[in-house]
Ligand binder design. Structure first.
Ligand code: ZN
Length: 415
């Protein structure tokens, strides 16, 4: 894989060329097969930051090209030995040319999506700047995803930042269109940070905080099912991506990595950002209320507020189909949590899931507290602050509860 960046008018263009051994079908770090659509993309910054450290440019490119790289990656300028080693150790990929020294920075920014998880992070870090990624069209790839209203979301995030007095940088990019299959999206989940990487020197960033919660970090997340994942290659501090970001002086920070979506939702709904929290990318004047994401989030809100489910979605609709099947489910911990708490669950689209899961408030109480090892992997400059917030606002799991995390999925396999 050969990678080059060119600059002009605040726009950075990335072009890459596959080597003979590379392939247009590859794997995301989470195991999802990905098919390449095109070999170029751009990142529009609000203004030109001038010189960018080569490690930042290289890592931003790596978040796009990693799935399709088989043996080596050649960047257009020398990277630090530290970053080259992180790529070699993390992926078994030879990276170069090597030369120069690593960078560092001191501030922590939030990769802000507008959803409840990143709003919870914002509530915890009231003075951290936001960096928002906005999808834009690619000049060479037809956009068959026009219902995806990234523009509406970006306007909402702008209003959120203005009304809460936050520093905000919105980065616009078409990099998701490098992906043909399964659909346009981030080639690696970390590509959402491409703009933060390119601006890290200018903003003096030493860390980037994401809203990935307990399910994504420790319970396997969306595409894994029912598996304790201490060595999660995407989000563990010691995983391949954690080490690569640390080598580039932009540490991955998961302030809500130890708490479930029930807790992030509770924190978001109790925060000044409450009115601005938005997880649906379809609706224009608010969430569409009809997509699978709206259904899942409404279910979590109802479970946190302990009120009946408010939805017009019926069991025969495609978005509700999976809840008519037996488990396992993606993000099953929250389905158990909600089934145990939403009044009248037996009259909802989750009735069958609830009957299969047999969850109780007691069996899901661990999801109301913070998993302590998640605090220990937060980089030192920010660790005590997150620990103090969790101690004051959430509380920590005891040993029995922590064991629920560490045996997640085992009960089902044994039974
Ligand atoms: Zn929706």
């Amino acid at each position: 894989m050969r990678v080059s960046w060119t600059a002009g008018d605040g726009v950075r263009h990335l072009a890459f060329r596959l080597d003979a051994e590379d392939s247009i079908t590859g794997l995301c770090t989470d195991g999802q097969p990905l098919k390449l659509a095109t070999n170029s993309c751009r990142v529009e910054l609000p203004h030109d930051p001038g010189e960018i450290h080569p490690d930042l440019l290289a890592l931003a490119a790596w978040t796009v090209v990693a799935p399709w790289t088989r043996r080596r990656v050649v960047f257009d300028r020398p990277i630090s030995p530290e970053l080259a080693e992180a790529i070699e150790e993390g992926w078994g990929i030879e990276a170069g040319p090597v030369g120069g020294s690593p960078r560092s920075g001191s501030r922590l920014a939030i990769s802000y999506s507008g959803g409840a998880d990143s709003a919870a992070v914002a509530a915890m870090l009231p003075d951290a700047p936001f960096v928002h990624f906005q999808r834009v069209r690619h000049p060479r790839v037809p956009d068959r995803w026009t219902h995806y209203r990234a523009d509406v979301l970006a306007r909402l995030v702008t209003r959120t930042a203005r009304e809460s007095g936050r520093e905000l940088t919105t980065v616009r990019s078409d990099l998701e269109f490098t992906l043909a299959e399964p659909r346009p999206g981030y080639p690696e989940h970390h590509a959402v940070a491409a703009g933060a990487l390119l601006l890290a020197d200018e903003l003096d960033l030493g860390g980037i905080a994401f809203g990935y919660e307990l399910g994504s970090r420790w319970l396997g997340g969306d595409r894994y099912l029912l598996r304790y994942t201490p060595d999660n290659p995407m989000w563990a501090a010691h995983g391949a991506w954690g080490r690569a970001f640390a080598a580039a002086g932009l540490n991955l920070v998961l302030p809500v990595g130890g708490v479930s979506e029930a807790v992030t939702m509770r924190l978001a709904l109790a925060s000044p950002l409450r009115e601005h929290v938005r997880w649906c990318l379809r609706g224009v004047d608010g969430p569409c209320g009809t997509c699978g994401k709206c259904l899942r989030k409404e279910f979590i809100v109802a479970s946190v507020e302990r009120r009946p489910l408010r939805t017009t979605i019926t069991a025969d609709r495609p978005v509700a189909r999976k809840w008519q099947q037996p488990p396992p489910y993606g993000g099953q911990e929250m389905i158990e949590y909600g089934c145990a708490r939403v009044p009248g669950i037996e009259d909802t689209v989750f009735a069958k899931a609830a009957a299969h899961l047999n969850a109780t408030e007691e069996s899901t109480a661990w999801l109301d507290r913070c998993y302590p090892p998640a605090i220990e992997e937060i980089p030192e400059p920010w660790r005590e602050r997150v620990r103090a917030f969790m101690a004051a606002e959430v509380g920590f799991m005891d040993e029995d509860e922590a064991r629920r995390v560490e045996t997640w999925g085992l009960r089902e396999e044994l039974s």
